[in-house]
Design a protein around this ligand. Structure first.
Ligand code: IPE
Ligand code: IPE
Ligand code: MG
Length: 247
C-alpha cells in the first residue's frame, strides 16, 4: 500500500515546512557543478507541491535561500537567483491551474530587482487561488525575522500605541512574517543534516521534526506522504501525559 492511502484524512497537518538540502552533494555524485543540483531540485519542488495539494495541506513552506546563503560564491548565488526567476516564470501557469497561492517570507528587499519583480508578478497572478498556499522562504533567517518583529513592537511602544504588558505570544505572532499562517506541525529536512539552520525558530516550538537522508533532488511526493505517515504515528503530548490524552 502506498503511504498516501495510509494517511488519516482528518489528521493531515495544516502547515508543513521543509528545509530543502543536499543539492550540491547530489550534483557531486555525478561529478557536476552545484548548480546542476539546484536545477534538479525544481523537480522535487514540483512533485511536493503537487502532493501537498492532493492531500489538502493548507500551507507548505520551503526554505529556498537563507540569509547565510548570501555568503556562498557569487556564481552560485547568481545561478540560484536566475533559477528562481526561471522556475517562477515556468511554473506560475501550472500553479494557477492547481489553485495554488504564493507567498514569500524573508528580507524580500535584499533580493535582486528582477527576482522581486517576478515574485510580485506571480503572487499577483495567483492571488485568486483558494487551495494550497506555497510559501517560499527567501533571504530568510529566523533571527532576522524575530529582530525585525521586536524593532516594530518597540516602535509601537515608543509611540505610546502599545503597553509592554500587552506583549504576549499572540502579539509576537502578529509581527512575524508568518502572521497569517498556523505554526508548522511538521518540519522536514532532507540530506541527513540534523539541524535547523536558522529556520522558523519561533514557529517550530512544538513542531515534529523529521530528518531523512534523501538528498533534495531525489525527494518526491511519496517521501512527503511517508513523512506525514510518520508524523501521524507520533503522540503529540504538548507537555501533558499520555493518560491525559486518552481521557
Ligand atoms: C540546498 O542544497 C539548497 C540551498 C541551500 C540553496 P545545498 O546547496 O545546501 O546542497 P549541499 O547541502 O551543499 O549538498
Ligand atoms: C539551509 O541549508 C538553507 C536552505 C535550505 C535554503 P544550508 O545548506 O545552507 O544549511 P547549512 O549550511 O548546512 O546549515
Ligand atoms: Mg546544504
Amino acid at each position: 500500500m502506498m503511504f498516501k492511502d495510509k494517511l488519516i484524512k482528518e489528521r493531515i497537518p495544516k502547515h508543513v515546512a521543509i528545509i530543502m538540502d543536499g543539492n550540491g552533494r547530489w550534483a557531486a555524485q555525478f561529478g557536476n557543478e552545484r548548480s546542476f543540483g539546484h536545477e534538479h531540485g525544481v523537480e522535487a519542488v514540483r512533485s511536493v507541491v503537487e502532493g501537498a495539494g492532493e492531500i489538502g495541506i493548507d500551507f507548505l513552506t520551503l526554505y529556498a535561500f537563507s540569509t547565510e546563503n548570501w555568503s556562498r560564491p557569487k556564481e552560485e548565488v547568481d545561478a540560484l537567483m536566475g533559477l528562481l526567476v526561471q522556475a517562477i516564470s515556468d511554473e506560475t501557469d501550472e500553479l494557477k491551474k492547481s489553485n495554488v497561492r504564493l507567498q514569500v517570507i524573508g528580507d524580500v528587499k535584499s533580493l535582486p530587482d528582477n527576482v522581486q519583480e517576478k515574485l510580485a508578478w506571480s503572487i499577483d497572478k495567483l492571488s485568486g487561488s483558494t487551495g494550497l498556499t506555497l510559501v517560499l522562504a527567501l533571504s530568510y533567517s529566523s533571527k532576522w525575522e524575530i529582530v525585525e518583529a521586536v524593532k516594530r513592537i518597540a516602535e509601537q511602544v515608543k509611540l505610546g500605541k502599545l503597553e509592554p504588558s500587552e506583549i504576549d505570544y499572540d502579539l509576537m505572532n502578529c509581527y512575524l512574517n508568518t502572521s497569517e499562517m498556523p505554526d508548522p506541525e511538521l518540519l522536514i529536512r532532507t540530506s541527513g543534516e540534523c539541524r535547523i539552520s536558522n529556520f522558523l525558530l519561533w514557529q517550530i516550538a512544538y513542531a515534529e521534526l523529521y530528518f531523512t537522508p534523501k538528498l533534495w533532488p531525489d525527494f518526491r511526493k511519496e517521501d512527503l506522504f511517508e513523512a506525514i505517515f510518520d508524523f501521524q504515528n507520533r503522540e503529540r503530548r504538548f507537555g501533558k501525559t499520555s493518560q491525559q490524552l486518552v481521557s
